[in-house]
Design a protein around this ligand. Structure first.
Ligand code: FE2
Length: 398
Protein backbone atom coordinates (compact mmCIF):
# COMPACT_ATOMS: atom_id res chain seq x y z
CA UNK A 1 0.00 0.00 0.00
CA UNK A 2 1.03 3.60 -0.28
CA UNK A 3 3.03 4.71 2.71
CA UNK A 4 2.94 8.45 3.04
CA UNK A 5 2.78 10.52 6.16
CA UNK A 6 0.42 13.05 4.67
CA UNK A 7 -3.01 13.06 6.20
CA UNK A 8 -5.69 14.83 4.24
CA UNK A 9 -8.08 16.98 6.23
CA UNK A 10 -10.21 17.68 3.17
CA UNK A 11 -13.67 16.22 2.86
CA UNK A 12 -13.85 13.18 0.61
CA UNK A 13 -15.61 13.42 -2.78
CA UNK A 14 -19.31 14.27 -2.54
CA UNK A 15 -20.07 11.15 -4.57
CA UNK A 16 -19.29 9.02 -1.50
CA UNK A 17 -20.98 11.24 1.05
CA UNK A 18 -24.55 10.63 -0.09
CA UNK A 19 -27.32 13.10 0.63
CA UNK A 20 -27.22 14.71 4.11
CA UNK A 21 -29.51 12.91 6.50
CA UNK A 22 -30.05 9.91 4.22
CA UNK A 23 -28.33 7.60 6.65
CA UNK A 24 -26.82 7.96 10.09
CA UNK A 25 -24.58 5.70 12.07
CA UNK A 26 -25.82 5.13 15.62
CA UNK A 27 -22.70 3.34 16.86
CA UNK A 28 -19.27 2.50 15.47
CA UNK A 29 -16.97 0.10 17.32
CA UNK A 30 -13.62 -1.59 16.91
CA UNK A 31 -13.55 -5.40 17.09
CA UNK A 32 -10.88 -7.97 16.21
CA UNK A 33 -12.86 -9.12 13.18
CA UNK A 34 -13.60 -5.67 11.81
CA UNK A 35 -15.45 -2.40 12.04
CA UNK A 36 -18.82 -2.91 13.74
CA UNK A 37 -21.58 -0.51 12.67
CA UNK A 38 -25.15 -0.02 13.81
CA UNK A 39 -27.25 2.32 11.70
CA UNK A 40 -29.87 4.61 13.16
CA UNK A 41 -33.28 2.93 13.13
CA UNK A 42 -31.79 -0.57 13.08
CA UNK A 43 -30.82 -2.99 15.83
CA UNK A 44 -28.82 -5.18 13.49
CA UNK A 45 -25.06 -4.76 13.48
CA UNK A 46 -22.92 -4.93 10.35
CA UNK A 47 -19.29 -6.06 10.35
CA UNK A 48 -16.78 -4.80 7.79
CA UNK A 49 -13.48 -6.74 7.80
CA UNK A 50 -10.51 -4.43 8.36
CA UNK A 51 -8.77 -5.21 5.09
CA UNK A 52 -12.03 -4.40 3.27
CA UNK A 53 -12.18 -1.06 5.09
CA UNK A 54 -8.58 -0.29 4.11
CA UNK A 55 -9.37 -1.21 0.50
CA UNK A 56 -12.37 1.16 0.41
CA UNK A 57 -10.95 4.39 1.76
CA UNK A 58 -12.41 7.57 0.27
CA UNK A 59 -9.64 9.90 1.47
CA UNK A 60 -7.20 11.45 -1.00
CA UNK A 61 -4.55 8.79 -0.29
CA UNK A 62 -6.89 5.94 -1.08
CA UNK A 63 -8.87 7.46 -3.92
CA UNK A 64 -8.04 9.98 -6.60
CA UNK A 65 -10.49 12.77 -5.70
CA UNK A 66 -10.74 13.96 -9.30
CA UNK A 67 -11.35 10.63 -11.03
CA UNK A 68 -12.69 8.56 -8.09
CA UNK A 69 -10.28 5.82 -9.15
CA UNK A 70 -8.78 3.60 -6.47
CA UNK A 71 -5.18 4.41 -5.53
CA UNK A 72 -4.86 1.83 -2.78
CA UNK A 73 -2.79 -1.15 -3.80
CA UNK A 74 -5.38 -3.81 -2.92
CA UNK A 75 -2.86 -6.57 -3.50
CA UNK A 76 -0.56 -5.39 -0.70
CA UNK A 77 -3.36 -5.80 1.82
CA UNK A 78 -3.47 -8.79 4.13
CA UNK A 79 -6.73 -10.36 5.30
CA UNK A 80 -5.14 -10.18 8.77
CA UNK A 81 -5.03 -6.35 8.76
CA UNK A 82 -6.33 -4.87 11.97
CA UNK A 83 -6.93 -1.22 12.79
CA UNK A 84 -5.38 0.27 15.89
CA UNK A 85 -8.23 2.71 16.54
CA UNK A 86 -11.20 4.46 15.00
CA UNK A 87 -12.45 8.02 15.25
CA UNK A 88 -16.11 8.63 14.41
CA UNK A 89 -17.13 12.15 13.37
CA UNK A 90 -20.87 12.14 14.07
CA UNK A 91 -21.47 15.48 12.34
CA UNK A 92 -19.90 14.51 9.06
CA UNK A 93 -20.83 10.84 9.43
CA UNK A 94 -17.25 9.91 8.61
CA UNK A 95 -14.98 7.37 10.28
CA UNK A 96 -11.23 7.74 10.30
CA UNK A 97 -9.39 4.45 10.82
CA UNK A 98 -5.80 4.26 12.06
CA UNK A 99 -3.41 1.42 11.26
CA UNK A 100 -0.11 0.23 12.73
CA UNK A 101 1.52 1.57 9.55
CA UNK A 102 0.65 4.11 6.88
CA UNK A 103 -1.87 6.96 6.76
CA UNK A 104 -5.36 6.77 8.19
CA UNK A 105 -8.25 5.63 6.02
CA UNK A 106 -11.49 7.55 5.84
CA UNK A 107 -14.82 5.89 5.12
CA UNK A 108 -18.36 7.31 5.08
CA UNK A 109 -21.72 6.25 6.47
CA UNK A 110 -23.07 6.40 2.92
CA UNK A 111 -20.46 3.91 1.66
CA UNK A 112 -20.97 1.54 4.59
CA UNK A 113 -24.77 1.64 4.29
CA UNK A 114 -25.07 1.44 0.51
CA UNK A 115 -22.81 -1.60 0.08
CA UNK A 116 -24.97 -3.48 2.57
CA UNK A 117 -28.21 -2.39 0.89
CA UNK A 118 -29.32 -0.38 3.95
CA UNK A 119 -29.91 2.59 1.63
CA UNK A 120 -29.95 2.72 -2.18
CA UNK A 121 -26.61 3.33 -3.85
CA UNK A 122 -26.07 6.13 -6.35
CA UNK A 123 -25.88 3.42 -8.99
CA UNK A 124 -29.40 2.12 -8.28
CA UNK A 125 -31.95 3.06 -10.92
CA UNK A 126 -35.27 4.65 -9.85
CA UNK A 127 -34.69 3.58 -6.21
CA UNK A 128 -37.94 5.24 -5.09
CA UNK A 129 -40.08 3.65 -7.81
CA UNK A 130 -40.46 -0.09 -8.31
CA UNK A 131 -40.32 -1.58 -11.76
CA UNK A 132 -43.78 -2.40 -13.08
CA UNK A 133 -43.96 -5.88 -14.58
CA UNK A 134 -47.04 -6.44 -16.66
CA UNK A 135 -48.86 -9.36 -18.30
CA UNK A 136 -52.36 -10.78 -18.64
CA UNK A 137 -52.78 -11.07 -14.87
CA UNK A 138 -51.68 -7.50 -14.27
CA UNK A 139 -52.09 -5.57 -17.51
CA UNK A 140 -51.21 -1.96 -18.15
CA UNK A 141 -54.22 0.29 -18.55
CA UNK A 142 -52.35 3.13 -20.19
CA UNK A 143 -49.30 3.28 -22.38
CA UNK A 144 -46.43 5.12 -20.68
CA UNK A 145 -45.89 8.19 -22.79
CA UNK A 146 -44.03 11.48 -23.02
CA UNK A 147 -44.11 14.43 -25.41
CA UNK A 148 -41.25 14.95 -27.86
CA UNK A 149 -40.88 18.62 -26.94
CA UNK A 150 -40.64 17.81 -23.24
CA UNK A 151 -37.83 15.31 -23.86
CA UNK A 152 -35.96 17.67 -26.16
CA UNK A 153 -36.40 20.83 -24.06
CA UNK A 154 -35.76 19.75 -20.49
CA UNK A 155 -33.76 17.31 -18.43
CA UNK A 156 -36.88 16.64 -16.41
CA UNK A 157 -38.73 15.55 -19.56
CA UNK A 158 -35.78 13.37 -20.49
CA UNK A 159 -35.72 11.83 -17.03
CA UNK A 160 -39.46 11.03 -17.19
CA UNK A 161 -38.87 9.28 -20.49
CA UNK A 162 -35.95 7.21 -19.21
CA UNK A 163 -37.83 6.31 -16.04
CA UNK A 164 -40.73 5.03 -18.15
CA UNK A 165 -38.36 2.79 -20.09
CA UNK A 166 -36.78 1.43 -16.91
CA UNK A 167 -40.05 0.93 -15.07
CA UNK A 168 -42.27 -0.42 -17.88
CA UNK A 169 -39.67 -1.71 -20.36
CA UNK A 170 -40.88 0.73 -23.00
CA UNK A 171 -42.32 4.19 -23.62
CA UNK A 172 -44.14 6.05 -26.33
CA UNK A 173 -42.99 9.48 -27.48
CA UNK A 174 -45.74 11.56 -29.03
CA UNK A 175 -45.58 14.32 -31.64
CA UNK A 176 -42.17 13.44 -32.99
CA UNK A 177 -41.39 15.03 -36.36
CA UNK A 178 -41.46 12.38 -39.08
CA UNK A 179 -37.87 12.74 -40.18
CA UNK A 180 -34.68 10.72 -39.73
CA UNK A 181 -33.00 13.83 -38.25
CA UNK A 182 -35.61 14.20 -35.50
CA UNK A 183 -35.36 10.48 -34.76
CA UNK A 184 -31.61 10.73 -34.30
CA UNK A 185 -31.83 13.93 -32.22
CA UNK A 186 -34.33 12.22 -29.94
CA UNK A 187 -32.16 9.12 -29.54
CA UNK A 188 -29.05 11.21 -28.91
CA UNK A 189 -30.71 12.74 -25.86
CA UNK A 190 -29.89 9.37 -24.28
CA UNK A 191 -26.38 8.76 -25.61
CA UNK A 192 -24.35 7.61 -28.56
CA UNK A 193 -26.20 5.53 -31.10
CA UNK A 194 -25.24 1.86 -30.99
CA UNK A 195 -23.97 1.00 -34.42
CA UNK A 196 -24.40 -2.53 -35.82
CA UNK A 197 -24.21 -4.24 -39.21
CA UNK A 198 -27.53 -2.54 -39.91
CA UNK A 199 -25.80 0.83 -39.64
CA UNK A 200 -25.80 3.65 -37.14
CA UNK A 201 -29.48 4.30 -37.79
CA UNK A 202 -31.71 2.84 -40.44
CA UNK A 203 -34.85 3.17 -42.48
CA UNK A 204 -37.13 0.15 -42.15
CA UNK A 205 -39.66 -0.71 -44.80
CA UNK A 206 -40.66 -3.68 -46.91
CA UNK A 207 -39.31 -2.17 -50.14
CA UNK A 208 -35.74 -2.22 -48.84
CA UNK A 209 -33.58 -5.13 -49.85
CA UNK A 210 -30.37 -4.13 -48.03
CA UNK A 211 -30.63 -6.95 -45.51
CA UNK A 212 -32.11 -10.42 -45.84
CA UNK A 213 -33.99 -10.23 -42.56
CA UNK A 214 -37.67 -10.91 -41.84
CA UNK A 215 -37.95 -7.44 -40.28
CA UNK A 216 -37.74 -6.06 -43.83
CA UNK A 217 -41.03 -7.65 -44.97
CA UNK A 218 -44.76 -7.10 -44.39
CA UNK A 219 -45.14 -10.46 -42.62
CA UNK A 220 -46.23 -11.10 -39.06
CA UNK A 221 -43.17 -11.18 -36.80
CA UNK A 222 -43.26 -13.34 -33.67
CA UNK A 223 -42.16 -11.64 -30.47
CA UNK A 224 -38.40 -11.81 -30.16
CA UNK A 225 -35.39 -9.87 -28.95
CA UNK A 226 -32.84 -8.42 -31.36
CA UNK A 227 -29.13 -9.13 -31.45
CA UNK A 228 -28.99 -12.62 -29.94
CA UNK A 229 -25.93 -12.97 -32.22
CA UNK A 230 -24.15 -10.00 -30.63
CA UNK A 231 -22.33 -10.35 -27.31
CA UNK A 232 -23.32 -6.74 -26.74
CA UNK A 233 -26.96 -6.93 -27.82
CA UNK A 234 -28.50 -3.49 -28.24
CA UNK A 235 -30.01 -2.27 -24.99
CA UNK A 236 -32.71 -0.07 -26.46
CA UNK A 237 -34.45 0.00 -29.80
CA UNK A 238 -36.29 3.04 -31.09
CA UNK A 239 -38.75 3.20 -34.00
CA UNK A 240 -40.16 6.44 -35.33
CA UNK A 241 -43.10 5.97 -37.69
CA UNK A 242 -42.37 8.20 -40.69
CA UNK A 243 -45.21 7.12 -42.96
CA UNK A 244 -48.10 4.67 -42.79
CA UNK A 245 -50.80 4.22 -45.36
CA UNK A 246 -52.31 0.80 -44.89
CA UNK A 247 -53.84 -1.62 -42.44
CA UNK A 248 -52.41 -3.68 -39.57
CA UNK A 249 -48.77 -3.65 -38.65
CA UNK A 250 -49.28 -2.92 -34.93
CA UNK A 251 -46.12 -3.23 -32.89
CA UNK A 252 -46.25 -6.02 -30.33
CA UNK A 253 -44.63 -5.64 -26.92
CA UNK A 254 -44.32 -8.48 -24.42
CA UNK A 255 -42.73 -8.11 -20.98
CA UNK A 256 -40.03 -10.78 -21.04
CA UNK A 257 -39.20 -10.24 -17.36
CA UNK A 258 -42.82 -11.06 -16.52
CA UNK A 259 -42.46 -14.32 -18.40
CA UNK A 260 -39.24 -15.10 -16.51
CA UNK A 261 -40.88 -14.26 -13.18
CA UNK A 262 -43.88 -16.41 -14.02
CA UNK A 263 -41.65 -19.35 -14.93
CA UNK A 264 -39.66 -18.96 -11.73
CA UNK A 265 -42.87 -19.03 -9.69
CA UNK A 266 -44.70 -21.75 -11.62
CA UNK A 267 -41.99 -23.98 -13.08
CA UNK A 268 -38.63 -23.49 -11.39
CA UNK A 269 -37.09 -26.35 -13.37
CA UNK A 270 -37.86 -24.57 -16.63
CA UNK A 271 -36.51 -21.31 -15.18
CA UNK A 272 -33.27 -23.04 -14.13
CA UNK A 273 -32.77 -24.63 -17.53
CA UNK A 274 -33.38 -21.35 -19.35
CA UNK A 275 -31.05 -19.46 -17.05
CA UNK A 276 -28.21 -21.99 -17.41
CA UNK A 277 -28.34 -23.25 -21.00
CA UNK A 278 -26.33 -21.09 -23.40
CA UNK A 279 -28.26 -20.70 -26.65
CA UNK A 280 -26.29 -19.53 -29.68
CA UNK A 281 -27.61 -17.03 -32.18
CA UNK A 282 -26.14 -16.14 -35.55
CA UNK A 283 -26.58 -13.67 -38.39
CA UNK A 284 -25.11 -14.38 -41.77
CA UNK A 285 -25.07 -12.30 -44.93
CA UNK A 286 -22.36 -11.69 -47.49
CA UNK A 287 -19.30 -10.43 -45.60
CA UNK A 288 -20.90 -10.92 -42.18
CA UNK A 289 -20.91 -13.87 -39.77
CA UNK A 290 -22.00 -12.79 -36.30
CA UNK A 291 -22.37 -15.34 -33.51
CA UNK A 292 -22.87 -15.13 -29.76
CA UNK A 293 -24.40 -17.29 -27.07
CA UNK A 294 -26.08 -16.74 -23.71
CA UNK A 295 -28.97 -18.19 -21.73
CA UNK A 296 -32.54 -17.16 -22.55
CA UNK A 297 -32.73 -15.72 -19.03
CA UNK A 298 -29.62 -14.02 -17.69
CA UNK A 299 -29.55 -13.24 -13.99
CA UNK A 300 -27.27 -11.18 -11.77
CA UNK A 301 -25.44 -11.97 -8.54
CA UNK A 302 -28.56 -11.73 -6.39
CA UNK A 303 -30.79 -13.64 -8.81
CA UNK A 304 -32.06 -10.35 -10.26
CA UNK A 305 -33.11 -10.42 -13.88
CA UNK A 306 -30.59 -8.81 -16.22
CA UNK A 307 -31.63 -9.83 -19.71
CA UNK A 308 -33.87 -12.09 -21.73
CA UNK A 309 -32.68 -13.23 -25.16
CA UNK A 310 -35.16 -15.04 -27.34
CA UNK A 311 -35.09 -15.21 -31.09
CA UNK A 312 -35.91 -18.54 -32.65
CA UNK A 313 -35.46 -17.08 -36.14
CA UNK A 314 -31.78 -16.45 -35.42
CA UNK A 315 -30.98 -19.48 -33.24
CA UNK A 316 -27.79 -21.23 -34.40
CA UNK A 317 -27.41 -25.02 -34.38
CA UNK A 318 -26.40 -26.55 -31.07
CA UNK A 319 -26.95 -29.88 -29.37
CA UNK A 320 -27.07 -31.23 -25.84
CA UNK A 321 -27.33 -34.76 -24.48
CA UNK A 322 -30.71 -36.31 -25.27
CA UNK A 323 -32.22 -35.87 -21.77
CA UNK A 324 -30.90 -32.28 -21.60
CA UNK A 325 -32.25 -31.58 -25.06
CA UNK A 326 -35.72 -32.82 -24.12
CA UNK A 327 -35.71 -30.75 -20.92
CA UNK A 328 -34.47 -27.67 -22.79
CA UNK A 329 -37.07 -28.08 -25.53
CA UNK A 330 -39.84 -28.23 -22.93
CA UNK A 331 -38.59 -25.10 -21.13
CA UNK A 332 -37.87 -23.17 -24.34
CA UNK A 333 -41.34 -24.06 -25.68
CA UNK A 334 -42.92 -22.88 -22.46
CA UNK A 335 -41.19 -19.50 -22.79
CA UNK A 336 -42.38 -19.34 -26.41
CA UNK A 337 -45.92 -20.20 -25.34
CA UNK A 338 -46.04 -17.31 -22.86
CA UNK A 339 -44.41 -14.95 -25.37
CA UNK A 340 -47.05 -15.85 -27.95
CA UNK A 341 -50.02 -15.72 -25.60
CA UNK A 342 -51.83 -12.72 -27.01
CA UNK A 343 -53.29 -11.95 -23.62
CA UNK A 344 -49.74 -11.06 -22.54
CA UNK A 345 -49.30 -8.66 -25.45
CA UNK A 346 -49.65 -4.98 -25.94
CA UNK A 347 -50.55 -4.20 -29.55
CA UNK A 348 -49.50 -0.66 -30.29
CA UNK A 349 -50.58 1.06 -33.51
CA UNK A 350 -47.83 3.32 -34.80
CA UNK A 351 -48.75 6.27 -36.95
CA UNK A 352 -46.67 9.25 -38.04
CA UNK A 353 -45.74 11.33 -35.01
CA UNK A 354 -45.45 8.30 -32.75
CA UNK A 355 -42.19 6.78 -31.63
CA UNK A 356 -41.79 3.60 -29.64
CA UNK A 357 -38.67 2.91 -27.62
CA UNK A 358 -38.19 -0.31 -25.68
CA UNK A 359 -35.71 -2.19 -23.54
CA UNK A 360 -34.42 -4.95 -25.79
CA UNK A 361 -32.95 -6.73 -22.76
CA UNK A 362 -36.39 -7.01 -21.17
CA UNK A 363 -39.20 -6.75 -23.69
CA UNK A 364 -39.79 -8.94 -26.69
CA UNK A 365 -41.12 -7.14 -29.73
CA UNK A 366 -43.00 -8.27 -32.77
CA UNK A 367 -45.25 -6.93 -35.46
CA UNK A 368 -48.61 -7.82 -36.90
CA UNK A 369 -48.62 -8.40 -40.63
CA UNK A 370 -49.76 -5.45 -42.70
CA UNK A 371 -50.81 -4.30 -46.11
CA UNK A 372 -49.94 -0.94 -47.58
CA UNK A 373 -46.95 1.30 -47.34
CA UNK A 374 -45.10 1.82 -44.13
CA UNK A 375 -41.79 3.48 -43.37
CA UNK A 376 -40.05 3.59 -40.02
CA UNK A 377 -36.77 5.12 -39.01
CA UNK A 378 -34.93 3.46 -36.18
CA UNK A 379 -31.75 3.01 -34.22
CA UNK A 380 -30.27 1.20 -31.27
CA UNK A 381 -28.74 2.52 -28.06
CA UNK A 382 -26.55 0.73 -25.57
CA UNK A 383 -27.88 -0.38 -22.19
CA UNK A 384 -24.77 1.01 -20.48
CA UNK A 385 -25.31 4.54 -21.86
CA UNK A 386 -29.02 4.48 -21.07
CA UNK A 387 -28.37 3.48 -17.45
CA UNK A 388 -25.60 6.05 -17.17
CA UNK A 389 -27.83 8.89 -18.36
CA UNK A 390 -30.60 7.89 -15.96
CA UNK A 391 -28.16 7.85 -13.00
CA UNK A 392 -26.83 11.28 -13.92
CA UNK A 393 -30.34 12.76 -14.19
CA UNK A 394 -31.39 11.17 -10.90
CA UNK A 395 -28.34 12.61 -9.14
CA UNK A 396 -29.07 16.09 -10.49
CA UNK A 397 -32.58 16.04 -9.12
CA UNK A 398 -31.69 14.95 -5.58
FE1 FE2 B 1 -36.59 -7.19 -34.23
Amino acid sequence: MQKTNSQSTELPPAFYLGQPGTVQIKAAAHSPSGLVITFMGQNKTHIYPWFWVRDHGIDANSLNPATLQRQTNSFDLSPEEMATSIDFDTNQQLIRVSWPDGPTTMISAYMLASVKGVIPGRHDLTPQKRRRYWDKDDPLNDLPSVEYDAVMDSDNGLKNWLENIWIYGFSMVENVPSTPEATISLAERIGHLHETVFGRSWPLSADLVDHGDTAYTTDYLEPHTDGTYYNEAAGLQLFNCIEFDGKGGESIQVDGFSIARRLKAEDSEAFDILSKTAVPGHYIEPGVHLRAERPVIRTGSTGNLLQVSFNNYDRAPFILSEPELKAFHRAYSLFHEHANDQDNWLKIPLTPGRTLIFDNWRNLHGRMGYVGKRRFYGCYLSMAEFESKLRVLQARQT
